[in-house]
Design a protein around this ligand. Structure first.
Ligand code: G3H
Ligand code: 13P
Ligand code: ZN
Length: 342
C-alpha cells in the first residue's frame, strides 16, 4: 500500500530531474482519470484536495474514493495532500481524515504572521507524522483577489510579489516546513498572463542557493493548451484570451532548476469541460451522465499522461517505492492507529 508522505518522492525528485504532479480532485471521475493515467505511466502522484473540494464533494465521500484508488493501484506511490489550507483547525481535520501532507497558506499575511501560522501548522502536523508545505510570496489569480488587486497591476509590479530568497531561508529556519511554494511568475486559473508568459528562473536559482535541500513547489502551473481553449470556444464556451505557462518552461523549471512539485488543476478542468461540451453539442439528445462523464474522464487521463511526460515523472514509481521501503515505510499516525492493511 504505497500511500506515503511526499518525503520519499521529493528525496529523489531533485537528483532525478523530475517533479511530482499534484492534481486536484473534486469527484470520482477526476480521481479515476488521474490515477489511471499515473498507473499507465508508472508515475508517482499527489492527489490534492482544496477546502472547496471538501465542501463540494463532502470529505467522507472523497476519502473513500481516494482510498479505493489506493487499493486499486497498490504499486503506485501516492500522497494525499491538503491544497491551500488556511487555518490550523483545517490542518487538524485533514490529519484526522488521513491526509499524509498538508499545505498551510499564509502568503497573504505579513511575513511574521505567515511564520506564526505556518509554524503552528508544522508543529501540529509533524507531531502526527504529516509533512507540510507553506507559501511565501504572492501568486496572481486567487491570491491577488484576496487583497483586491487588479491583474494588470499585479503583472506590472510582479518583481515585488516574487518570493524573496533571503526571507525564504529565514522562513524555513523559523517554521521547520518540509517544502515551500514559491512565487516565480505563475498564477492560478486560465488567464495567467496579459503580456508575455515568462517565469522568473533567476529567482528559483537564488532560492535554491539560500535554501539548499528545501523542496520547491510551483502552484498555478497549468499550461492552458490552445487546442483545448479552441474546443471549449467551438462548442459554445467563451474563454477569450486564456493563457497558461508554456509547457517547455515548466519542464525547464523541473529539469534544469530542480522544482519538485507542480500543481495542476485548471488543465484538468479544461480537458473535462471541452469534452463534455463536445458531447452536448454533437449529440444534443444525450442525457445519460455516463455518456458524457465517461468521455470527460477519458480526457482527464490523456491530459494527465501528457503532464507526466512534461514533468519527467513517467516511469519513476518503482524507484520511489524502493526508496520508501528502505526508509521504513513511514506513514502518518492515522494509518498506524487504524492499522489499515498493506
Ligand atoms: O489553487 C486552487 C485550486 O485550483 C483549487 O481550486 O479552491 O476552486 O477548489 P478550488
Ligand atoms: P492552476 O490553476 O494553474 O491549475 O493551478 C492549480 C494550483 O496551483 C492548485 O493549488
Ligand atoms: Zn495553488
Amino acid at each position: 500500500m504505497p500511500l506515503m508522505t511526499t518525503k520519499p518522492m521529493f528525496d529523489l525528485a531533485y537528483e532525478g530531474g523530475f517533479a511530482v504532479g499534484a492534481f486536484n480532485v473534486n469527484n470520482m471521475e477526476i480521481t479515476q482519470g488521474i490515477i489511471e493515467a499515473c498507473a499507465a505511466e508508472k508515475s508517482p502522484l499527489i492527489l490534492q484536495i482544496s477546502k472547496g473540494a471538501r465542501k463540494y464533494a463532502k470529505m467522507n465521500y472523497l476519502r473513500h474514493i481516494i482510498l479505493a484508488a489506493v487499493e486499486e493501484y497498490p504499486e503506485l506511490p501516492i500522497a494525499i495532500h491538503l491544497d491551500h489550507g488556511d487555518t490550523v483547525d483545517l490542518v487538524q481535520q485533514c490529519i484526522n481524515d488521513g491526509f499524509t501532507s498538508v499545505m498551510i497558506d499564509g502568503s497573504h499575511y505579513d511575513f511574521e504572521k505567515n511564520i506564526e501560522l505556518s509554524k503552528k501548522a508544522t508543529d501540529l502536523a509533524h507531531a502526527n507524522g504529516v509533512v507540510v508545505e507553506a507559501e511565501l510570496g504572492m501568486l496572481g489569480g486567487i491570491e491577488e483577489d484576496v487583497v483586491g488587486m487588479d491583474a494588470h497591476e499585479y503583472e506590472k509590479n510582479i518583481e515585488k510579489f516574487l518570493t524573496d530568497p533571503e526571507q525564504a531561508a529565514d522562513f524555513w529556519k523559523r517554521t521547520g516546513i518540509d517544502s515551500l511554494a514559491v512565487a516565480i511568475g505563475t498564477s492560478h486559473g486560465a488567464f495567467k498572463f496579459k503580456h508575455e508568459a515568462k517565469l522568473a528562473f533567476n529567482r528559483v536559482e537564488q532560492i535554491m542557493k539560500t535554501c539548499p535541500g528545501l523542496p520547491l513547489v510551483m502552484h498555478g502551473s497549468s499550461s492552458v493548451p490552445q487546442e483545448f481553449i479552441d474546443l471549449v470556444n467551438k462548442y459554445g464556451g467563451a474563454m477569450p484570451n486564456a493563457k497558461g505557462v508554456p509547457e517547455d518552461q515548466i519542464n525547464m523549471a523541473v529539469t534544469k532548476y530542480g522544482v519538485c512539485k507542480v500543481n495542476i488543476d485548471t488543465d484538468l478542468r479544461l480537458a473535462m469541460t471541452a469534452k463534455i461540451r463536445e458531447v452536448f453539442s454533437t449529440k444534443p439528445a444525450e442525457f445519460d451522465p455516463r455518456n458524457y462523464m465517461g468521455p470527460g474522464r477519458e480526457a482527464i487521463i490523456n491530459m494527465v499522461r501528457r503532464k507526466l511526460h512534461m514533468l519527467n515523472s513517467a516511469g519513476k514509481a518503482d524507484v520511489i517505492v524502493k526508496h520508501w521501503e528502505k526508509s521504513g515505510k513511514s506513514l502518518p499516525s492515522y494509518y498506524n492507529a487504524k492499522k489499515l492493511s498493506a
